[in-house]
Design a binder for this molecule. Sequence first.
Ligand code: G4P
Length: 530
Amino acid sequence: MKYSTEISKRRSFAIISHPDAGKTTLTEKLLLFGGAIQTAGAVKSNKIKKHATSDFMEIERQRGISVATSVMTFEYQGILINLLDTPGHKDFAEDTYRTLTAVDSVILVIDSVNGVEAQTRRLMEVCRMRDTPVIVFVNKMDRDGKNRFDLLEEIEKELSLPLHPMAWPINSGKDFKGVYNLYDKKLVLFAANTKGGDEDTVEITDLQSAELDAMLGEKDAAILRKDVELVDGVNGALNVDDYLAAKTAPVFFGSAINNFGVREMLDTFIRIAPAPQCRPATSREVCPDEEKLSGFVFKIHANLDPRHRDRIAFMRICSGRFERNKYYHHVRLDKDIRFSNPYSFLARSKDVIEEAYPGDVVGLFDTGNFKIGDTLTEGEDFYFTGIPSFSPEIFKEVVNKDPMKTKQLEKGLMQLTDEGVAQLFTQFGGNKKIIGCVGELQFEVIQYRLLHEYTASVEFRPLPFYKACWLTSKEPAKLADFARFKQSNIAEDKDGHMVYLAQSEWFLTTERTNNPGIEFHFTSEIHKAG
Ligand code: G4P
């Protein structure tokens, strides 16, 4: 209980959305409220614009900028908020998935015009795997969006996420008049570009009052009364435990660009969002108020300067207190290391820190000691579980163009895949190296970095696979037989786990049907409970 005050005032979360829904804009408004920035436009957009997809160096440069905004820490009403940024570009989706393992809750931004989009679905799948509590912000209400009931139904259905409206919108687009806060019984009138979120708020304790007609006009007042009756009747008060158990998601409507509806959401967020929680590890559950430090690496960022091959490993603190210059146990390497320059992400001052607490993220300078999923403790041996690897979608064989540099190539491939840039597989019974990625872009990045950082020259030869499935079976003989018969489709991942590379959905279904004793998994956990 030593650190309970520090723990209880921390909230670590991420904003997730399909690109262009308004994540960057909302982030900026939250930072303004937190006083972490003074003016709008101060957050460097680290999103990778669509037109940049062919220019990977530009993307890497932007990723460089994004190190600084990877974690944004600010204070709001006595609560210390760690906002973990996630890359918007779909080719870096794995990075986002892993970042989601380091947060305690998320805010999901939905564009009221476009509704649920592809990236939203996938991100929510990851949240569901860990039962992460979600608050939904329906953005761009100043644009002609979908019908509010249809939109909520779409979100509920497509994301299998029961919703609980906290406020209710009055029209959208040019007729958008604001929201009615269902809890405080307040009407918040819309005005574009409200400074500091001081919206025009009117307390309406009785929706039947003539005041409402005077403010909204008879027609809109009547619609609001009907809507509220319907919504309130169905939902009642928010059950915070249901939210914390990811069984229901509170919903807000607003317009981030106009700073409308943001403060309301933030006020609710700090009231209900979870402080750091206990987390499952391989041997036991680890709770934040334990005296001894533990934490895990969820992201590694390479230095863009090829002369310095150092990297920054992002570690989420899960228990105890992290101290500068103290020795910690690197479980995988069975080695004690200390950090003289741990990096903090306070948006105002990017500084060396002396200490950090559960929920915080520290940046550790790394010369190649870390890979994703590594755990630091004060001596105990365990790993945090639930850090997933997803199946890549594009597979290519690595062709070494310079046999003199084979060693450098091997080292480069190991290190780059440790960073989580891509996944590395080795063909079963051979030594063909296969790289699997979610986007074409990573192949360019890998080729460039292998050449410039490791002097290894490679080409990639496309392979006709579309998915990797991790295989397990209670009958080892069956697995061995399968591997022998399907040799050209079998590979090993970096941790020695057997993987089936499927050419198509048809092949996959056929093999699953023909091999009932073998389980095909679409994700692999870096560390499993055992
Ligand atoms: P992202 O990080 O999720 O990719 O989205 P971002 O915040 O960059 O927003 C995408 C676009 O949507 C931006 O316009 C932004 O100004 C706009 N936007 C954000 N919130 C709202 C809103 O509440 N209402 C309306 N009407 N637009 C909103 P852009 O033209 O792509 O970029 P920019 O030139 O404005 O930066």
